[in-house]
Design a protein around this ligand. Structure first.
Ligand code: MLC
Ligand code: AMP
Length: 487
């Protein structure tokens, strides 16, 4: 990404005000020089716990200019949950701001990494000769939950990220006059690539309020200054709820403001048609739904001028898709099967997992694990092939990861985790458990124990104690029967 070409245009607006592309470029060079001085070499993995905004961006571009690989982490997640990404990717340096320094030091201790305060090193204005970085070099690692062991590090190269950005620029008409407000976390492709990197490739402006707050978001949408908005369905559902709670004058002001945006996109989980319809009534926008995945960025999307509720559209430019049956044969149109994807956007490999990488490709096509169908109105997503993958508030979580952690709870002899359908969250995590003695923690006890060890989306909301988990004749827990325990 060439930041200097956009000169004095505003790149980012954060709590400290606005920053131009030239200033961001200068800050990134200073970070790169400091990182080189601190021993970062091409291929080194540098984690960041900087909050969204100019320091996060300076850190990210600084890492890339050294040939380093970015590991973006969510600072609000418990360190116990961040340990695996950090140790698995052998992080050598952790970027932070003064506010996140304590956390950075705690995380850096997992691998003996060095902590770099981005704000401090930008002030030093160091300069260094920067290496040339090839487009096939590793750029970023994002950890994603699956059904094979611990979360896997999805490695994207500069080329795959650039292809993802280019496809969205072409499909959605991004230009330098756009402004987007980023309410999503910066450890998933949605917040990272769609909302942050793509606008910066065209000279647009990214606002970083530092997270999602429904009222604050409504005020930004109503400001008339924002042109594009993107979020997960749970965020739209929350915005609908606060609009319904507002008085008539506020409702009218918010609706008029939202109507002035040129594009509103939903994705990362299925958008309920009821939410789409409510949003249309409130804002006049038919939300453009698209489908993506950490491993490949955005694969399918509705078109600007053709948006079909309940459908995820057609392949993005440069993306090839197929739907195959269990034997790998292409199914007829209108039949369902597993979605396979191919193209420059697809990730390079799962870090340190050649076995998992090999299993997830057939003849160069990536197996998404999603069940899809091609209809005359575009593609539809019918769900995941595995019941153990749950989407809660747009966060993908693995039932198996959660079970593993809760089996270490002293009161739990065994447990089984499922996703329960939920209007607002898509799915909510629930756990059936077998007691290991007489201790029976309450739901609140379980939640606070879980929150010390797992990211918020992974901590079950509902718990039911059973004498035995339901099993099939082979002894395998039947998740359908576990789900039924909650109805
Ligand atoms: C927070 N909580 C969650 C949760 N997020 N529980 C389940 N699932 C989640 N995702 C818990 C909190 O710990 C809290 O528990 C309670 O829910 C209410 O929290 P909140 O403060 O109201 O939630 P908030 O922090 O506002 O978060 C909600 C959210 C957030 C929807 C804004 O989850 C979010 O940003 N989701 C987006 C994730 C995302 O970017 N996904 C993209 C993946 S990339 P308690 O006990 O304290 O009440 C991808 C590819 C693609 O999928 O296609 O884009
Ligand atoms: P992640 O691994 O967190 O990137 O999540 C990717 C998964 O989110 C996909 O494999 C799908 O299961 C799901 N997903 C993304 N977008 C949509 C959508 N529009 N509709 C349904 N599911 C979606």
């Amino acid at each position: 990404m060439q930041l200097t070409q956009f000169g004095a245009s505003v790149a980012v607006i954060d709590a400290e005000g606005s920053q131009s592309y030239s200033d961001l470029d200068g800050a990134a060079n200073a970070v790169a020089a400091a990182l080189i001085q601190a021993g970062v070499t091409p291929g080194a993995v540098v984690a960041t716990v900087c909050p969204a905004g100019r320091w996060w961006l300076a850190g990210t571009f600084g890492v890339w200019r050294t040939g380093g690989v970015l590991l973006p982490l969510e600072a609000s997640h418990p360190p116990a949950d961040l340990r695996h990404p950090i140790t698995d990717s052998a992080v050598t340096h952790v970027l932070c701001t003064p506010d996140t320094k304590g956390l950075a030091q705690e995380l850096a201790a997992f691998t003996g990494a060095r902590v770099i305060d981005v704000r401090e090193v930008v002030a030093l204005s160091l300069a260094a000769e920067l290496p040339s970085v090839l487009s096939d070099a590793d750029a970023m690692i994002i950890y994603t939950s699956g059904t094979t062991g611990l979360p896997k590090g999805v490695v994207h190269t500069h080329r795959s990220l650039a292809a993802q950005c280019a496809a969205m620029v072409e499909s959605w008409g991004w230009s330098a006059t756009d402004r987007i407000v980023c309410v999503l976390p910066l450890h998933h492709v949605h917040g990272l690539v769609n909302v942050t990197f793509t606008p910066l490739t065209v000279g647009a402006t990214v606002e970083t309020p530092g997270g999602f707050d429904a009222l604050a978001t409504w005020e930004r949408l109503a400001s008339g200054e924002v042109s594009v908005f993107m979020a997960v369905p749970t965020v739209y559902s929350r915005l609908v709820r606060s609009w319904l709670d507002a008085n008539d004058e506020t409702k009218a002001r918010w609706s008029a403001g939202a109507a002035s945006l040129r594009l509103m996109v939903s994705g990362s989980a299925a958008l309920p048609v009821s939410t789409l319809e409510q949003w249309q009534e409130i804002s006049g926008h038919v939300l453009l739904e698209r489908y993506g995945m950490t491993e490949l960025g955005m694969a399918l999307g509705n078109n600007f001028d053709r948006r079909v509720p309940g459908h995820v559209g057609w392949p993005f430019p440069g993306v090839d898709v197929r739907i195959v049956d269990e034997s790998g044969t292409d199914v007829a149109d209108d039949e369902s099967g597993e979605l396979l994807v191919r193209g420059d956007q697809v990730f390079n490999r799962y870090l340190n997992r050649p076995d998992a990488t090999a299993e997830s490709f057939v003849d160069g096509w990536f197996r998404t694990g999603d069940v899809a169908q091609l209809t005359p109105d575009g593609y539809r997503l019918l769900g995941r092939a595995s019941v153990d993958i749950i989407k809660s508030g747009g966060e993908k979580v693995s039932a198996l990861d959660i079970e593993e952690v809760f089996r270490t709870h002293p009161a739990v002899a065994d447990c089984a985790v499922v996703g329960l359908p939920d209007e607002e969250w898509g799915e909510r995590v629930a756990m059936a458990w077998v007691a290991d003695g007489t201790e029976h923690p309450t739901d609140t006890d379980f939640r606070s124990w879980g929150k010390e060890r797992l990211a918020p989306a992974k901590v079950p909301f509902r718990y039911v104690v059973v004498d035995e988990l339901p099993r099939n004749p082979m002894g395998k827990v039947t998740k359908v029967a576990v789900r039924a325990l909650f109805t």
